[in-house]
Design a protein around this ligand. Structure first.
Ligand code: 5GP
Ligand code: MG
Length: 178
C-alpha cells in the first residue's frame, strides 16, 4: 500500500514550491530586509523552511524563532482557547515581526499571537500563512500574505498533521471522505 493512500492531492509539490518562491518576493517587496520571522509550531515548520530560503533569494536576511501554541489538540475541532506551549526566545521589542503559520481559519490562534507580540513591544506584526480558510473566521483578522485560499476541508501534508500523522507528505491533500 502506498504511504499516502486515502489522501487526495489538493496542492501539488510543484505548485507549492512555485507559490512559496513568489510569496518570498512579495514579503521582501513589502516589508524590507530586517525582520524577525516567528514560526508557529508545529504545522508551519516545513513551510517556514522553504519560505526562509525564498526570502534569502529575495535578499532578506531574517532572524528566525519559534513559538508553539495549542489550538486543535489531536482532533480536528478548535478548542477556542489558545495557550503558549513554547515561547519565543529572541528579543521582540522594536522588531518588525513576520508571524508565519500554516493555516488561518477561525483566526483565534493568530489574533492571540499577534496581540501577544505587540504587547511585548514588537513595532509591527505582519501575518503570513500558507493557507487561508476563510469559511469559519470568528476573529476579525486577515493575513497580509497568503499562499493559497483553501476549501473548507481538513487538510494534511507539507507539515500539517491529522493526529500527529501525515506531516511528511510533500504535497497538501484531503483525507478521502472528508
Ligand atoms: P484558527 O485559530 O485560525 O482557527 O486555527 C488555525 C490552526 O488550526 C492552524 O494553525 C492549524 O494548526 C489548525 N488547522 C486549521 N485547519 C486545519 C486543517 O485543515 N488541517 C490541519 N492539519 N490543521 C488545521
Ligand atoms: Mg497551527
Amino acid at each position: 500500500m502506498k504511504a499516502n493512500a486515502g489522501i487526495v492531492e489538493l496542492f501539488s509539490e510543484a505548485e507549492i514550491a512555485a507559490r512559496v518562491q513568489v510569496l518570498g518576493r512579495e514579503v521582501a517587496d513589502d516589508i524590507g530586509p530586517d525582520i524577525l520571522l516567528i514560526a508557529v509550531l508545529k504545522g508551519s515548520f516545513v513551510f517556514t523552511a522553504d519560505l526562509m530560503r525564498a526570502l534569502h533569494r529575495a535578499e532578506v536576511r531574517p532572524q528566525v524563532d519559534f513559538m508553539q501554541l495549542s489550538s486543535y489538540g489531536s482532533g480536528t475541532q478548535s478548542k477556542g482557547r489558545v495557550e503558549v506551549v513554547r515561547d519565543v526566545g529572541d528579543p521582540i521589542e522594536g522588531r518588525t515581526v513576520l508571524l508565519v503559520d500554516d493555516i488561518l481559519e477561525s483566526g483565534r490562534t493568530l489574533s492571540f499571537a499577534k496581540q501577544n507580540l505587540l504587547s511585548r513591544g514588537a513595532c509591527e506584526v505582519r501575518l503570513c500563512v500558507l493557507l487561508d480558510k476563510p469559511h469559519k473566521r470568528v476573529a476579525g483578522i486577515e493575513a497580509d500574505f497568503v499562499g493559497f485560499t483553501c476549501p473548507d476541508h481538513f487538510v494534511v501534508g507539507y507539515g500539517l498533521d491529522y493526529a500527529h500523522y501525515h506531516r511528511e507528505l510533500p504535497f497538501i491533500g484531503v483525507i478521502e471522505g472528508d
